[in-house]
Design a protein around this ligand. Structure first.
Ligand code: 1GP
Length: 245
């Protein structure tokens, strides 16, 4: 329970958290080491590892490098049940509660469960909510699911509430990697006030300013991937903005 209790403890103390998302296909070993070094200095709280579609076999190598370079917890953020690795510390066990695709709600989980039971990974059940972001994203296509419309705040709130009532430990609202439009502060505020479990926000966050307003709106954990792939030095600025909230 180490990772989840760290999330809860920081939330209770009003401390905002920063997760750097690494898609192992997008960074070579040298770039992963560079990200690790910057992440250490910026006091990044977690690495999330995964992608909606991984093409190369670099998941294990990427985790091994991160574990060698830092003690920052590595958490799997799997796009499917092939993206599992004993080398990570934990896994966001994602149920796509915004969609109605049974495979993403429970089917893949049944396949992954025996592997996870044998592993020492910390399994963190997470209600994953995809929010419409202006154009189709890889995750919306790959998950065969319809995202929640960006202006339908009530649907987002009720979905998050249902996830909490089902016993999920986290809600992750995602506009999708490289989203054109990130999630609105209005939606973040409303969902935050509808649930008491920690709230993760990601998708299209490219600036320290947006990370900060999202935190002030109620995000407990901010996830940034795409922008960091393009400019790793953003880790420093975004980290400072999040941790100063
Ligand atoms: C995607 O929430 C994550 O699932 C992060 O999104 O890559 O756009 O930062 P970005």
């Amino acid at each position: 329970m180490e990772i989840y209790s760290q999330i809860q403890k920081k939330k209770a103390n009003g401390k905002k958290q920063f997760a750097v998302l690494i898609d192992p296909d997008k960074l070579d070993d040298k770039q992963v080491r560079e990200v690790a070094e910057l992440a250490l200095k910026a006091r990044v709280d977690f690495f999330f590892i995964g992608g909606s579609l991984l093409i190369n076999d670099s998941l294990d190598t990427c985790i091994t490098t991160l574990k060698k370079e830092t003690a920052i917890p590595v958490v799997l953020f799997p796009g499917n049940n092939m993206q599992l690795s004993y080398r990570a510390d934990g896994i966001l066990f994602l149920s796509l509660i915004s969609g109605r695709n049974p495979e993403m709600l429970i089917g893949r989980h049944v396949i992954a469960a025996p592997y996870l039971r044998l592993s020492s990974l910390e399994v963190i059940s997470t209600g994953y909510m995809l929010i419409e972001s202006g154009r189709p994203t890889t995750v919306s296509y790959m998950s065969s699911s319809v995202p929640i419309p960006a202006d339908k705040v009530d649907i987002a709130c009720c979905t998050a509430m249902a996830g909490e009532m089902l016993g999920l430990k986290l809600i992750y609202m995602d506009a999708g990697s490289g989203a054109l439009n990130p999630i609105s502060d209005k939606m973040i505020q409303s969902v935050r006030s509808s649930i008491s479990i920690p709230l993760i926000i990601g998708g299209g966050i490219r600036t320290p300013q947006l990370a900060e307003t999202n935190c002030k709106a109620g995000a407990d954990i901010i996830v940034v991937g795409n922008a960091i792939e393009k400019d790793a030095s953003l880790i420093t600025e975004i980290g400072a903005a999040i941790h100063s909230c």
